[in-house]
Write a protein that binds this ligand. Structure first.
Ligand code: TZD
Ligand code: CA
Length: 528
């Protein structure tokens, strides 16, 4: 007899979901029974860390990634992390164990009452199959739903008495299904857009995370070079879509309405690719666009296209569309933009190190293809200025600003990308939300270099408090944390660095080894 259990594992195997991120409970044990040898289970000690690690893995591989959580409580613990997965189009297939079917109605312990409702609105699709026989097909649907554009997390609740049931006849067809999408604009749409770009007087490119997500960074460079236009990163950047020392590179746009208009003044055509228009943050009202400017938006996400407050939009595959556009636009005669000046080296005055100095040392010492996972909110601007990123997939930041992504995601990205080194740059505030991922790094030998910038405060909130005129808010400082002791407690080799020399030595030692290392660096607070 073929069971629901074996049919489901066949589907996961054929579809390439053989790494399972999870934290188990009794409802999940029947699923984990007879765990196949060609699968690997990555245990996280808290579901926020489980989903964060899976998110990093999914973003780095671009593939649907399987998560197994415990009932309602485990799902709830993971939901903060889903805010980021939702906005980063991360294809997470999240499953949770449910009580046996006959015990859900009486609300026995661990019954996930109204399970499909629980993770909404942070998933694309959520379901509890109506019968055991429909579990394999539901998992197949979940994988394809997560993978189709716009990608995103999905959720399936599975009663634990389903796994031992007999699978329906014909179930083997599910494992081999291919569900593909095609998304090239029509020739007429491409011609029209190409003409609009070729005849613009002063066009500008604004690139978002889905350019990096579709590995189209090189195509964005070709388009910028052909049209000789500057390239900005869309506000609230969660990935790096363009090489940061290219002459066309202009930096990350501010996340405010007025600030964007100011930064893009003088341009007559703004081409936004692979980002929402726009992911604003601080409220600074003003004109949405500079005077006289038009905006064209290419996105894989109909929701992004429809909700934008201005501009025209084209919903299409990012990579195919950029490739086609490079072909149809005419080579511009304008001079190539001039590269941004490099920021001056900071003169340290003794006392606490400045984050800029740490970043300069990282830029000097790290391999050029290093992957950075960043979650220190007050140092984002300094980081983008000072650390070169060249390759696709070089930068990950929480896409919804939900803290607890960085530390676990770094572990997931490193697991997915053993051939490149992952350096996680995490604030002393942020580190606490996902700290248990240190244990997973230590136990599975995942060699992330964790750099904890310890300024003793929620630095970005101090800046925000000034912006909002709040001078007396409680709860903005985090003194008394010893990350070396915490790191050792979770089994991670941990070092403290108080000076530039000590940091260079610790970072070099970490890079030379093949195990996870935590470096705590006491730093000054700077403005974001
Ligand atoms: N909780 C969660 C889950 N996400 C959040 N974004 C916040 C709280 C609020 N928050 C921010 O938006 S930034 C920040 C908090 C608490 C401070 C982070 O402190 P840090 O970084 O030490 O990581 P900086 O460099 O000191 O700002
Ligand atoms: Ca801090």
């Amino acid at each position: 007899m073929k069971t629901v259990h074996s049919a489901s594992y066949d589907i996961l195997r054929e579809q390439g979901l053989t790494t399972i991120f999870g934290n188990p409970g009794s409802n999940e044990l029947p699923f984990l029974k007879g765990f196949p040898e060609d699968f690997r289970y990555i245990l996280g000690l808290h579901e926020g860390a489980v989903v964060g690690m899976a998110d990093g893995f999914a973003l780095a591989t671009g593939q649907p990634t399987f998560v197994n959580l415990h009932a309602a409580a485990g799902t709830g613990n993971g939901m903060g992390a889903l805010t980021n997965a939702w906005y980063s189009h991360s294809p997470l297939v999240i499953t949770a164990g449910q009580q046996v079917r006959s015990m859900i109605g009486v609300e026995a312990m661990l019954a996930n009452v109204d399970a499909a409702q629980l993770p909404k609105p942070l998933v694309k699709w959520s379901h509890e199959p109506a019968s055991a026989q429909d579990v394999p097909r539901t998992l197949s649907q979940a994988i394809h739903m997560a993978s189709l554009a716009p990608r995103g997390p999905v959720y399936v609740s599975i009663p634990y008495d389903d796994w031992a049931c007999e699978a329906p006849a014909g179930v083997e067809h599910l494992a081999r299904r291919q569900v593909l999408s095609a998304g090239l604009p029509s020739p007429a749409q491409l011609q029209q857009l190409g003409e609009r770009l070729s005849t613009a007087r002063n066009p500008v490119l604004v690139l978002g995370p889905d350019v990096d997500g579709s590995r189209s960074n090189g195509l964005a460079v070709q388009l910028a070079e052909k049209l000789r236009m500057p390239a900005w990163v869309a506000p609230s950047a969660s990935r790096c879509p363009f090489p940061t020392r290219h002459p066309c590179f202009r930096g990350v746009l501010p996340a405010a309405i007025a600030g964007i208009s100011r930064s893009l003044a003088e341009h007559d055509l703004i081409l936004v690719v692979g980002a929402p228009v726009f992911r604003y943050h601080q409220f600074a009202p003003g004109a949405y666009l500079p005077a006289g400017a038009e905006l064209v938006h290419i996105t894989c996400d109909p929701g992004e296209a429809a909700r934008a407050p201005m501009g025209d939009a084209l919903v299409a595959d990012i990579a195919l569309t950029l490739e086609a556009l490079v072909g149809v636009v005419r080579q511009s005669e304008r001079p190539l933009p001039e590269a941004l000046p490099r920021p001056a080296t900071i003169v340290e005055e003794g006392g606490l190190l400045r984050p800029e100095t740490v970043f300069d040392l990282i830029d000097q010492l790290a391999p050029k293809d290093t992957i950075y996972v960043k979650e220190s909110t007050s140092t984002v601007g300094a980081f983008w200025q000072r650390v070169e990123m060249r390759e696709p997939g070089s930068y990950f930041f929480p896409a919804a600003g939900g803290l607890g992504f960085g530390l676990p995601a770094a572990v997931g990205v490193q697991l997915a990308t053993p051939e490149r080194r992952v350096v996680a740059i995490i604030g002393d505030g942020s580190a606490n939300y996902g700290i248990t991922a240190l244990w997973t790094a230590a136990q599975y030998g995942i060699p992330v270099v964790f750099i904890i910038l310890k300024n003793g405060t929620y630095g970005a909130l101090r800046w925000f408090a000034d912006v909002l005129g709040v001078s007396d808010a409680p709860g903005l400082d985090v003194p008394g944390l010893d990350f070396c002791a915490i790191g050792r407690g979770y089994g991670v080799h941990s070092l403290q660095a108080n000076t530039a020399g000590e940091f260079a030595a610790a970072f070099s030692e970490a890079l030379a080894g093949q195990r996870p290392v935590l470096i705590e660096v006491p730093t000054l607070t700077i403005e974001p």
